[in-house]
Design a binder for this molecule. Structure first.
Ligand code: NDP
Length: 302
């Protein structure tokens, strides 16, 4: 078997174009372009690249980008106060605080300042809870047409997991009854993705650093997702022949950006696989734009 490469860049470009169209069509009813506030703390080079890409994507979709860049040494209370002000500002529709925050900043306290309706990253306890209870899911994540009667958004789904679901859907992957194995249980990726796959009626296993036999567990997967942050952790021989492999990992190495899956050997067994870069990464940004549009509708209809 030689795997089909799942082209995240192309799917993301399509989603972005659809968001741009919807933004243009709704400018009159919104009264102004949707506005996303980004908050970047410290000097982590990867975070700077991510935020720059998100801002550029906003501008291309007709979304206004409002950016705040702070020194890592800023008083934590000042950061919390800034996010609180953005939350109270009716001209701001969505707020994205780039994670991870450098020490001593407390991500939970910062996120607590963000109203669920402005939480375009889907990280606040309310949005994470709605997803965990199956009350919101992929249909909300990619709601590119306004709701009938201008009803506000039901909730915000985290961007990377909803991007993974969109890639699976576009690739025609049958999830109902499938064995899905996720390696990684972070609040950003692994946990919300488990909820989404469960909502799609997959049988979901979530692995982590204490999992006893990772190789054997991965080998059961019809859909195998790696979201770990360890280059090449998932070996090609762990991939069940014919499985779909989604590599969320982004690791900077001397050889450049690599994922959490040993790409070459995995691609020989998988039926379809995402590359790194050009797989899940571009989807995260596309879904952020979709969430921002939904946040703008909810904000304006208040
Ligand atoms: P975290 O560090 O928050 O979580 C990593 C998870 O992997 C944890 O659950 C951890 O287990 C588990 N883990 C670590 N080592 C092992 C191991 N040896 N065996 C099994 N499980 C292990 O990472 P994130 O979820 O935030 O990110 C994961 C990767 O995805 C990173 O490379 C990150 O850069 C990338 N990423 C990519 C995005 C994109 O847009 N494509 C967006 C977000 C992240 P435990 O819980 O036991 O510690």
């Amino acid at each position: 078997l030689t795997a089909t490469i799942i082209d995240g860049k192309a799917v993301a470009a399509d989603v972005r174009a659809r968001v741009a169209e919807a933004v243009a069509a709704e400018l009159d009813s919104l009264g102004r372009p949707p506005a996303l506030a980004t908050v970047l703390v410290g000097s982590d080079p990867a975070s700077h690249v991510y935020v720059a890409n998100k801002r550029k994507a906003c501008e291309q979709a007709g979304i206004r980008s409002i950016h705040h860049e702070l020194d890592a040494e800023i008083d934590p209370e000042e950061l919390i106060a800034l996010v609180g002000r953005l939350d109270a500002d009716p001209g701001v529709d969505g707020i994205l605080v780039q994670m991870p925050l450098p020490a001593p900043h407390d991500a939970e306290r910062v996120l607590a300042e963000i109203s669920p309706r402005k939480d375009v990253d889907g990280l606040t306890p309310v949005n994470a809870g709605l997803l965990a209870q199956g009350k919101i899911g992929v249909s909300e994540a990619l709601e590119l047409a306004p709701r009938p009667g201008g009803e506000p958004a039901a909730g915000m789904v985290a961007c990377t997991p909803s991007g993974v679901m969109e890639l699976l859907a576009r690739s025609g992957v049958e999830l109902e009854g499938a064995e899905a194995v996720i390696v990684g249980r972070s609040t950003l990726v692994g946990r919300p993705l488990a909820s989404l796959l469960l909502a799609a009626n997959a049988t979901v296993t979530v692995c982590h650093s204490r999992t006893r036999d990772l190789a054997a567990t991965c080998a059961r997967a019809d859909v195998l997702v790696a979201a770990v942050g360890v280059p090449g952790l998932v070996k090609g021989e762990w991939v069940k022949p014919g499985a779909v492999v989604i590599d969320v990992g982004i690791n900077r190495t001397d050889e450049g950006l690599v994922g959490d899956v040993e790409f070459g050997s995995a691609a020989e067994r998988a039926v379809a696989i995402t590359p790194v870069p050009g797989g899940v990464g571009p989807m995260t940004i596309a879904m952020l734009l979709a969430n921002t549009l939904r946040a703008a509708r909810a904000n304006v209809s208040r």
